[in-house]
Design a protein around this ligand. Structure first.
Ligand SMILES: [Zn+2]
Length: 347
């Protein structure tokens, strides 16, 4: 491997969550199972890998909580190649399965594999850490299949369930996991992260941090991959066109997004809504005449002006309705209908 990614997880913001995990490590009474919830790309996976490193690190001294980030173990955990740290997800399930529609929900086959594997003693380390990403998509059968393992995992095992929202998980699962909630990270903290991790000009950092809408993962990804900004612009264009096009255009856009969701592209639908949220915030700033710094949506300037003329309150309502729609997607209600309702409600 010629390019070595940094092995120190880039967790930013959500200090209370990190403090709680540190306290659990120090006390020596770590829960068997955690449930990390929060918006996509807010840092759930990064925090889970940090915990895995902290538990397995070869150089961490007793009483300390920070993994070294440099030893053989830390590096392999960060790169996803440590045999005692396994991450299950919709993507992994889709790879393992020949069924094309297998990527919408985590199914019983995946859970059976987890239950079987976790019973085997650790290969190298003293502990095993199992991440179950997209846990909020577990089918009822799969959730039931996981209950016994969640309640009494082998003494060497820690399970970390990750999901956007816990409301779609059965109470039986929630009650067996220690909850850790992650919230949108402050723009200034994301700016600090980008300054410490990239060589980007200050203006770009300000723009990316603002467009990230509280998601450090998105900001870091956008910093190294310009296609994210192109996608952002395309998503805002689609919204703007639908708004101009009236009911038919809005329903058509909702239908397209509903189909993407059903085809297993959940992250894409979430990202689109966050892109829209960024646009509405910009409209709000323009309406309040407090917009300063680099233009966030230079290619949508006319539309921004047209919409901001409707006033701060209208733009604010559009932003909060968009955020509400994000919450409704979590609850697994009909995605096309949620987006339809949102779009028909927008100015
Ligand atoms: Zn280490």
């Amino acid at each position: 491997m010629s390019q070595q990614a940094p092995a120190r997880p880039q967790f930013t913001g959500n200090a209370p969550a990190l403090r709680a995990l540190r306290a659990a490590i120090t006390s020596g009474r770590l829960p068997h199972a955690y449930l990390f919830t929060g918006p996509p790309q807010v840092g759930k996976r990064t925090l889970a890998l940090w915990l895995a490193q902290a538990l397995l690190c070869e150089r961490r001294r007793p009483g300390e909580t920070e993994p070294c980030g440099e030893c053989r173990v830390c590096v392999r955990v960060a790169h996803g190649t440590h045999p005692d740290v396994q991450a299950y997800s919709l993507a992994r399930q889709a790879q393992a399965s020949a069924r094309t529609n297998a990527s919408r929900e985590l199914g019983i086959d995946t859970v059976r594999e987890i239950v079987r594997e976790i019973d085997l003693l650790p290969f190298e380390a003293e502990r095993k850490v199992y991440l179950i990403e997209d846990a909020d998509t577990l089918t009822e059968e799969a959730a039931n299949g996981l209950l016994k393992t969640l309640e009494e995992p082998p003494s060497y095992a820690t399970l970390i369930l990750l999901g956007v929202d816990d409301s779609s998980l059965p109470e039986t699962i929630r009650s067996r996991c220690a909850p850790v909630r992650l919230h949108a990270v402050a723009t200034t903290e994301i700016e600090g992260l980008l300054r410490s991790r990239t060589q980007l000009p200050a203006e770009t950092i300000t723009r990316l941090a603002a467009l990230a809408e509280g998601r450090p993962g998105w900001a870091l990804q956008a910093a190294s991959d310009s296609s994210l900004l192109e996608t952002h612009d395309a998503n805002v264009s689609a919204l703007v066109e639908a708004l101009r096009g009236g009911a038919t255009a809005r329903l058509a856009l909702a239908e397209r997004m509903g189909k993407r969701w059903t085809a297993g592209h959940r992250d894409e639908v979430y990202a689109t809504l966050f892109d829209w949220l960024g646009f509405w915030r910009d409209v709000m700033l323009a309406a309040a005449h407090t917009s300063e710094g680099p233009a966030m949506h230079p290619s949508h300037q006319p539309e921004l002006e047209r919409l901001s003329a409707k006033g701060v309150e209208t733009a604010g309502k559009a932003a909060s309705r968009t955020l509400e729609a994000v919450g409704h997607l979590d609850a697994n209600v009909n995605t096309r209908m949620t987006i339809e309702t949102l779009l028909l409600d927008l100015p």
